[in-house]
Design a protein around this ligand. Structure first.
Ligand code: DAH
Length: 337
């Protein structure tokens, strides 16, 4: 009986002194485990005289129950304190501003955001479309049938005969016009893909498509819009020039040049001495495209344009090689923080 009291006393003291949940388990094994002190007491019953066994057994069981409760209680107190301490220690004050920024926008994203927000301020709606596209929307609906030589202008990644990685955001023109009657005033920024790679071509690059269809839309509306964009992007003195060109989905079609932002039009290495830099393709939406999409080409006219964002970013930031945009070298990207 003395032994029972002694074990009880020792165990309760050890429990009170134990400050860690992880140490508690060891302690429990020592007292209540298979070869623990309390269990050994139970085993020692057989050495007692017959008449003492029942009351001794009852006492040991009492002790075991008492200690089990005490362990459970201590376990709870300790884990609550541990959690509380941990929360205290790892507390994050979300009201504090970060000491240093953890990232930056990619230069192409910066340009895309800038051009998009200028166009949004002019009332354009922003839409997005699929990067995996059908041959129909990427080509046929845009007046480029199978075997049309204009397909050679764009080296296409085909997935099947009729599914491809879109080569131009122009694909969204037809998708939108099929669903919506004029007035239409949309832009579609996004990734496009072509099998081409050198210092000015990347297999993936970025375009912004613009499309306006309504009554009485003319080439002057296109020129005014592009002039506004050019002046906001490259400075008030920037001039815009249209050169005749050819795209199957516009008639007439133009290539659009801006005065070189580097030399102001005098001629330098960036503009190869011409004073002008070609930045985008555009034109009046070909009536055939309007009709393909169920829009009355007698009543409505429209203009469209497609800009390469990467090219604008290269000009704006003086970047000589388009591949720098896709290598994700931190030393390059950090310059745009
Ligand atoms: N989709 C043409 C390209 O990627 C660019 C383009 C030209 C878009 C004329 C247009 C446009 O909307 O009207 O080369």
């Amino acid at each position: 009986m003395d032994k029972i009291a002694e074990i009880r006393q020792r165990c309760m003291q050890a429990l009170a002194e134990c400050e860690k949940v992880s140490l508690l388990q060891e302690l429990k094994v020592r007292f209540l485990g298979k070869v623990g002190e309390v269990t050994s007491l139970l085993k020692s019953i057989k050495d007692l005289p017959q008449e003492e066994r029942p009351s001794f057994g009852a006492k040991v069981n009492q002790l075991r129950n008492l200690l089990e409760d005490a362990f459970a209680q201590r376990q709870q107190t300790l884990s609550e304190t541990e959690i509380k301490n941990k929360l205290q220690k790892e507390k994050v004050d979300v009201s504090l501003t970060a000491v240093s920024p953890w990232g930056a926008l990619h230069p192409v994203t910066l340009i895309e955001n800038k051009i998009s927000s200028l166009l949004v301020s002019m009332g354009f709606e922003v839409i997005a479309g699929p990067e995996i596209e059908t041959d129909y929307y990427n080509f046929q609906a845009l007046n480029i049938p199978q075997d049309h030589p204009a397909r050679d202008m764009q080296d296409t990644f085909y997935i099947t005969d009729s599914i491809l990685l879109r080569t131009q955001t122009s694909a969204m023109q037809a998708r939108l016009m099929e669903k919506k009657q004029p007035p239409i005033k949309m832009i579609c920024p996004g990734k496009v893909f072509r099998s081409d790679s050198d210092s000015s071509h990347s297999p993936v690059f970025h375009q912004i498509e613009g499309l306006v269809v309504d009554e009485n839309i003319t080439l002057c509306d296109l020129k005014g819009t592009l002039e506004y964009l050019a002046k906001n992007l490259f400075g008030k003195e920037t001039k815009v020039r249209f050169r005749p060109s050819y795209f199957p989905f516009t008639e007439p079609s133009v290539e659009v040049d801006l005065t070189c932002s580097n030399c102001g039009g005098k001629g330098c290495s960036l503009c190869k001495g011409t004073g002008w830099i070609e930045v985008l393709g555009a034109g009046m939406v070909n009536p055939a495209v309007l009709e393909n999409c169920g829009i009355d080409s007698e009543k409505y006219t429209g203009y469209a344009f497609g800009w390469g964002m990467d090219r604008i970013a290269m000009i704006k930031y003086g970047i000589p090689d388009i591949r720098l945009f896709y290598e994700n070298d931190q030393r390059f990207l950090k310059q745009f923080e």
